[in-house]
Design a protein around this ligand. Structure first.
Ligand code: CU
Length: 407
């Protein structure tokens, strides 16, 4: 009897889930072509405008709430363990496929925060020409850039917010040299994942603040650009050893070993299918990372099921993205022109007589709230401090040399 009540409840529940307007397309079985994900600042203006038009349409359809909700619901399964890289790669691909339903030629660009790591507020990506910067004083609503005056319906009705870590500034991020040190030293997936997740990845979430430091951060399109950068860093590390295209190690959130045959939460596809960016269903490469040789890729024998697709998502986007708090803001947004990209680009030069600052430590309380690893974050802090000290020592030497030449 109990069994039948359970079945009845499950059927009723799936009826409710089925009302969700958040689409969950299946991955294609093969690639008709391999497309390229590029640095957003290198996109020609027309391509940037196309991308912005697409994400505005996704927002209008309530899909951004869907991504925020989905990520939030299973956050403990996809962070702090060896599902992190593969699951986020699959999640970005989900986003990209939905983008392509609106405009088939559009790819997710990545945000290379390594370019302006020392002074992210000078990064063009955080200006009105691209994705806007800090939220405004008072309510932290983002009012400039591609997402100006956006509302969200998850987890509550509000505007999209950002709240920089130090009021007007985010603090420094990681220089790529420190990221490459991590790439050079990590020999296992678990080592590499933990060091990237608890270092270079976390500091960006903390620095931007507001919605960006929560588990529903995917309501902000910049989440996908940041995670494309994280995904690219993983792809670069993978490209150094062909075994990394079909093997993983370490454990999941239940302390069960993760292998290429483990299933990714929610998607129920094997982790192995997400190990090569140019593998079946993924079909992309990054502009400066080599493609995986097909002989090195994981070969799946299992058929993907739809079974778990409805189970987790509970449909915050059933309501269209009309936002009570930000309703008038939405009206303005419809009128707002698409940002013009390159026009606003400024050539930024660092003050070269001053030492660079390393990112400030992430507090233990913040790390724990995000289920991050406090001890690993401390080790990464030491690593990045040392790299920045080396960079500063070299710059001082160069200044001395330049002065000597001038005299
Ligand atoms: Cu995440």
């Amino acid at each position: 009897m109990f069994k039948y009540i359970c079945i009845l409840l499950a059927v009723l529940a799936s009826e409710v889930f089925a009302k969700s307007m958040f689409p969950l397309p299946r991955l294609p079985n093969s690639c008709s072509q391999i497309s390229v994900r590029r640095d957003i600042v290198s996109l020609p203006p027309e391509e940037l405008q196309r991308f912005i038009r697409v994400v505005r349409e996704m927002h209008r359809r309530g899909w951004m709430d869907g991504f925020g909700s989905m990520h939030d619901h299973i956050s403990h399964q996809i962070h702090g363990n060896e599902q992190f890289f593969a699951w986020h790669r699959r999640f970005l691909r989900h986003f990209e496929i939905l983008m392509q339903e609106i405009d088939p030629g559009v790819m997710i660009p990545y945000w290379n925060w390594g370019t302006y790591w020392q002074s992210p507020v000078a990064d063009p990506v955080l200006t009105s020409a691209f994705f806007g910067g800090n939220g405004r004083p008072g309510d932290n609503c983002v009012i400039e850039g591609a997402q100006a005056r956006w509302g969200r319906n998850y987890p509550t009705r509000n505007c999209l917010t950002r709240r920089f870590r130090y009021g007007a500034t985010t603090g420094a991020f990681w220089p790529m040299r420190a990221v490459r040190d991590v790439m050079n030293m990590a020999t296992t997936h678990a080592q590499f994942r933990s060091r990237i997740e608890n270092g270079a990845h976390g500091i960006v979430h903390l620095g931007l603040g507001g919605d960006f430091e929560t588990m529903y951060a995917p309501v902000d399109v910049l989440f996908f650009l940041h995670h494309a950068m994280i995904d690219k860093i993983w792809a670069e590390w993978q490209s150094r050893d062909p075994l990394r295209y079909r093997m993983v190690d370490g454990y999941d959130s239940q302390r069960i070993p993760v292998t290429a045959n483990s299933l990714m939460p929610f998607y129920s596809e094997e982790v192995g299918t997400a190990l090569a960016t140019n593998g079946p269903g993924y079909c992309y490469v990054y502009d400066d990372i080599p493609a995986a040789p097909s002989g090195a890729m994981f070969k799946s024998t299992r058929r993907a099921t739809f079974a778990s697709f409805k189970a987790v998502f509970n449909g915050s986007s059933e309501q269209p993205a009309q936002n009570a708090v930000a309703e008038d803001m939405e009206d303005d947004a419809a009128e707002a022109p698409v940002p013009a990209g390159t026009e606003f680009r400024v050539k930024h030069t660092f003050n070269d007589t001053m030492d660079f600052k390393p990112p400030s430590p992430m507090s233990a309380e913040w790390l724990r709230r995000r289920r991050m690893d406090v001890a690993e974050a401390a080790r990464m802090q030491t690593l990045v401090n040392n790299v920045v000290a080396r960079i500063n020592a070299e710059r001082r030497q160069q200044r001395v040399a330049a002065n000597a030449k001038a005299v």
